[in-house]
Design a protein around this ligand. Structure first.
Ligand code: CP3
Length: 361
């Protein structure tokens, strides 16, 4: 393994392990990206996946928010995408300007499962992603920990069937209710790749991980228990074993983001995930009451608040941190979902500064 620079700010790792901390750490989903003018400069004329696949560009973009918000961000998240697992499984994916993800040949019929690569060699297929992590960890020079991530099986299944973002989830729902057996086959195939990809990200230098179940809320509680939860649990159980096999004895904190599915909080609190990330549809005090210290909570400010006045941002931050019990234990600050391209970087900066000020009181 590569020798990495000494970590100077381990606040998020301590908080994720449930330790008492001096203030709640903060990072932001999609903190690197289009709302930052320097992102467009670094991206130049390259398409999105070229940026991810070029370690030099991916590491620069990953570090941009850490430098822009110097001293007030407590983690970096590697610049990549959840859709790299479908790519490793053999599907073509592109990110179209102003449209988002696009699969020219999505899966549609159960027979299409045959199109997917079997026994995916993660180290080979996603070698570029692992190299970008190593390069970024070195370039970060220990300023903050580097987070790796992947998409959860149900969320990736949605993209692989719909061929992009979706409002109706027509194809994914057709599979769940018409082809449940084949749906589970697909979810298992994705799970296998996710486990190995997460483990290899740690070997490559990731110090914490997050699993994004961004389409969780499309499932009702019973369907979540059938088509999401078993795979989320399988990922964390197998990942722990795999990391041990790979000789990683330090506890690597892992977070799960069941977006729109806060009914799953109680179940996930009993799992081996260290952190559950919440969207803004659940009241912080209610979440704290549900978990009773079983898991660390992360979240959950409505990203739309960043469009608000400074006074309202301050007020919302205050109430959020209070709601999560003051933030000195069991809590990581984040937005309830990713940044938006229309954010004013100064407003996001105000949010981060206020988190640090209020969280330190
Ligand atoms: O800073 C970070 O958080 C790291 C990078 C990151 C990206 N995508 C960069 C990105 C992460 C963690 C993701 C995860 C991701 N990707 C999710 C889960 C989180 C969520 O938002 O729910 C999902 C669902 C995707 C799929 C995806 N990729 C979508 C829907 C889009 C289009 C987004 C849009 O607003 O148009 C992408 C492309 C993408 N991924 C961009 C970025 C910065 C935009 C790329 C560009 O056009 O320059």
């Amino acid at each position: 393994m590569v020798e990495f620079p000494t970590l100077k700010n381990d606040l998020i790792l301590r908080a994720a392990r449930g330790e008492k901390v001096e203030r709640p750490p903060v990072w932001v989903m999609r903190q690197a990206g289009r709302y930052l003018p320097q992102y467009h400069v670094a991206k130049g004329k390259n398409d999105f996946f070229t940026c991810c696949r070029t370690a030099e560009i991916a590491s620069e973009i990953t570090i941009q928010p850490v430098e822009h918000y110097d001293g007030i961000l407590d983690a970096a998240i590697i610049f990549s995408d959840i859709l790299v697992i479908p790519q490793a499984l053999g599907l073509e994916v592109e990110i179209l300007d102003k449209v988002g993800p696009h699969f020219p040949n999505p899966l549609r019929e159960p027979a299409d499962l045959e199109k997917l690569n079997k026994n995916v060699d993660v180290k080979k297929e996603l070698d570029w992603a692992l190299k970008a992590i190593t390069a970024t960890r070195i370039k970060l020079d220990g300023r903050v920990p580097l987070l790796g991530f992947c998409g959860a099986p149900w969320t990736l299944m949605v993209y692989m069937l719909e061929g992009g973002g979706s409002k109706l989830y027509r194809y994914a729902k057709t599979w769940l209710y018409k082809y449940p057996k084949e749906s589970k086959e697909l979810l298992s195939r994705i799970t296998d790749v996710a486990v190995e990809f997460l483990a290899q990200q740690v070997v490559a230098g990731a110090q914490m991980l997050q699993v994004f179940e961004s389409s969780g809320g499309e499932l009702g509680p019973a369907e979540f228990q059938e088509f999401s939860l078993p795979y989320l649990l399988e990922i964390i159980t197998r990942l722990r074993k795999r990391l041990f096999e790979l000789g990683i004895t330090d506890h690597v904190p892992v977070s799960v983001f069941p977006r729109g599915a806060s009914y799953a909080l109680d179940w996930l609190a009993d799992s081996d995930y260290d952190v559950v990330s919440l969207d803004w549809t659940i009241d912080p005090a209610k979440a704290v009451e549900i978990v009773r210290g079983r898991v660390v909570l992360q979240g959950n400010l409505d990203p739309g608040v960043i469009y608000g006045t400074d006074e309202i941002i301050t007020d919302k931050v205050q109430k959020m941190i209070e709601g999560f019990g003051g933030g000195k234990q069991g809590y990581i600050v984040n937005l309830g979902h990713g940044t938006q391209p229309f954010f004013d970087p100064a407003k996001l900066g105000w949010f981060l500064k206020e988190v640090k000020r209020i969280g330190s009181q």
